[in-house]
Design a protein around this ligand. Structure first.
Ligand code: SF4
Length: 377
């Protein structure tokens, strides 16, 4: 029989909870989420609570309630979720607790309940401040709804919030993008997550890809550069490939992923890296209802796999990068001994920088990050 986590002598974890329900699927979305099955929410929560018991006793330093659309939960359901968290985990003081919000959902009473339950950070899926583009994306809210959500969150005492924005969207111009960035900044976020659109198989955008009028590649590059220019002059630090923050407001939870520290993901499609094992739930809600406990892999990651992950995840952090000393302390061998040739090649191409103990992506070429990562796998 497999050994269950006991919490004793265990490093504190980041805890991710996936809530896979949405009002309607956005046209670009291939995340594990479904619309039109609200009757499964209560059984899903019961399954999530059962899975929490499997990890009972672990110490938790961040909680991330993602989706899907967790802001679809009712105040009563959210309260039940917090109770289950308190029952099953040792929640560390000073922890970061984030909820993802779709501005088409939620209410002042939900934000009130969220803050009472420990939520101190919100990640709002704004995506664009152009109503024309939001409609093309199949989003169910307009740009004004983002402002209203921010206002209500602040009234409830949650003023640490991040906005998700997308560029490279159908019919989006450089001017649209600039206006979106300015409108986002006018709401005074502490953090921004910025993604280029990627057309994923199985989505309506993929089906209609021949008809989509997408910006040229050079316009997309200009959009990335525009974000760089506007956000750095507003005091934001581009600290991870897709993430910007005012100093001190970097996402603690996401840093756990990038530093290859332990985390546990509960719910459909959720990933875990725990006790040197990587595993993932099925994306299907019905599968999860049948089997809420994780299927653990037969073997942990090999040392080589962990070294590769440590490097390519760490390099996502544009400021912090990877520390040669930390690598050696963790794996008992120097970074150069394992990846010396790759590092030399990348330095020659000016794609990475070496500054004392630290190796990081050259921020001037962060759009070429994938070329760097393949060197390490
Ligand atoms: S709200 Fe988010 S998870 Fe739900 S369909 Fe839209 S993009 Fe996907």
């Amino acid at each position: 029989m497999r050994e269950e986590p006991s919490g004793l002598n265990e490093e504190p974890i980041g805890l991710y909870l996936h809530f896979p329900f949405c009002l309607l699927k956005c046209r670009y979305c291939n995340f594990p989420s479904e619309a039109g099955c609200e009757e499964l929410i209560e059984p899903y929560l019961a399954a999530l609570f059962a899975e929490m018991e499997f990890y009972r006793g672990l110490e938790v330093r961040t909680v991330y309630l993602g989706g899907g659309t967790p802001s679809l939960l009712s105040p009563r359901q959210l309260e039940a979720l917090f109770e289950a968290l308190r029952r099953n985990f040792s929640l560390m003081p000073g922890r970061e607790e984030t909820i993802e919000i779709n501005p088409a959902t939620g209410s002042p009473s939900l934000w009130e309940k969220a803050r009472e339950g420990g939520i101190n950070r919100a990640s709002i899926g704004a995506q664009s401040f152009s109503d024309r583009i939001l409609e093309k994306l199949g989003r169910l809210h307009d740009s004004a709804a983002v402002g209203k959500t921010v206002e209500d969150l602040k009234k409830a005492g949650i003023d640490n919030f991040s906005l998700d924005l997308m560029y490279g969207l159908p019919e989006q111009t450089l001017e649209d993008w600039e206006e979106t960035l300015e409108a986002a900044l006018s709401l005074k976020p502490k953090h921004l997550s910025i993604y280029g659109l990627s057309i994923e198989e199985g989505t309506p955008f993929f089906r209609d890809r021949e008809r989509l009028v997408l910006p040229e590649e050079e316009t997309e590059v200009a959009m990335a550069e525009k974000a760089e220019e506007i956000l750095s002059s507003a005091g934001f630090v581009h600290y991870e490939i897709a993430s910007w923050a005012l100093p001190g407001f970097e996402s603690m939870h996401n840093r756990i992923y990038w530093r290859l520290e332990p985390y546990v993901g509960l719910g459909t499609g959720a990933h875990s890296y725990f006790r040197h094992q990587r595993y993932q739930h099925s994306p299907s809600i019905r599968d999860y209802l049948d089997h809420p406990l994780p299927l653990l892999p037969e073997a942990p990651l090999s040392k080589r796999e962990e070294m590769e992950e440590f490097v390519f995840l760490g390099l996502r952090m544009l400021e912090e990068g990877i520390s040669k000393r930390k690598f050696e302390n963790r794996f008992g061998i120097s970074l150069e001994a394992v990846f010396g040739k790759s590092i030399a090649r990348l330095k020659e191409r000016d794609l990475i920088l070496q500054e004392g103990d630290r190796i990081r992506l050259n921020p001037l070429h962060f759009l070429l990050a994938n070329e760097v990562f393949v060197e390490f796998v």
